[in-house]
Design a protein around this ligand. Structure first.
Ligand SMILES: O=C(O)CCC(=O)C(=O)O
Length: 251
């Protein structure tokens, strides 16, 4: 796909896949830095920065955020390959606040509720995207992302609280029509799927017996974005309530 058709597909659908976005060598380096971070840094993080299904079982680590305190990941958000694609797709200069990591460890019941990222970010205009890089083979069995194509166009839908750590709010009127319109995106390690902040997406739980479903993601904000301070304060208050209900420290 050339640059123009990539952007026009992204503008129409609200998401686009770039196969083999990260060359093998860069993928290996990223994976080994993640292994180091999980081994050396995560055990000392507050529980609001590293989420587990079961805190007593390290293999159930399912999400990491605020990774910018680490020198490698602080620098990685400026990686030219990522910045260039984000800038091309948004059509303006863009910056990332820092990486995140997601897993659905096998044997855990952990669906991702349908949501729009910009319900959380509260950015106007919604010139913000997420680049989600597969670290494992990702497919329908182990909980790939599912998008509703074109769903970024009507704007933000109603959301309500969930009990899913890391996704505190989900779309409250998600319908069978939405489900019928879903596109399941299977990826191989090094492939990236990029979605707009207003694009509706979700994922099933990992139903495979033994495969992880790991991904490394970065959110990029276009330079035209401003945060709606009132909406963001409401979101943060709801998030704090969820963390308090779930007994998280440092929330
Ligand atoms: O990894 C997942 O299941 C969800 C990721 C997601 O919703 C996002 O990065 O916007």
């Amino acid at each position: 796909m050339n640059d123009e058709s990539l952007k026009s597909r992204f503008d129409d659908d609200g998401f686009v896949v770039v196969r083999q976005f990260l060359p093998q060598e860069e993928l290996q380096q990223l994976q080994s830095e993640l292994d180091r971070y999980i081994r050396d840094v995560v055990p000392n993080l507050p529980s609001s920065d590293a989420f587990y299904h079961d805190h007593n079982r390290p293999e159930t680590l399912k999400q990491m955020q605020h990774m910018g305190n680490d020198a490698f990941f602080e620098e990685y958000r400026r990686n030219p390959r990522w910045v260039q694609l984000a800038t091309q797709l948004l059509g303006e200069a863009a910056q990332s606040k820092g990486p995140e990591w997601f897993n659905k460890p096998p044997g855990t019941e952990h669906p991702t509720p349908p949501h729009q990222d910009n319900f959380y970010f509260c950015l106007r205009p919604p010139s913000v995207l997420t680049m989600w890089l597969a670290l494992d083979d990702v497919d329908a069995e182990n909980g790939c992302l599912r998008y509703v194509a074109g769903s970024h166009k009507p704007g933000i839908r109603p959301h309500g609280p969930t009990e899913v750590l890391g996704f505190s709010q989900g779309i409250s009127d998600y319908s069978s029509d939405d489900r019928d319109a879903e596109v399941a995106v299977a990826l191989q390690p090094g492939d990236v799927v990029v979605h707009l902040g207003n694009t509706v997406h979700r994922a099933d739980a990992n139903a495979s017996p033994d495969r992880n479903r790991r991904a490394f993601a970065m959110v990029f904000e276009g330079e035209s974005c401003q945060r709606d301070a009132d909406a963001y304060a409401r979101y943060e208050a709801a998030l704090e309530q969820q963390h308090a209900r779930m007994g998280l420290a440092g929330a």
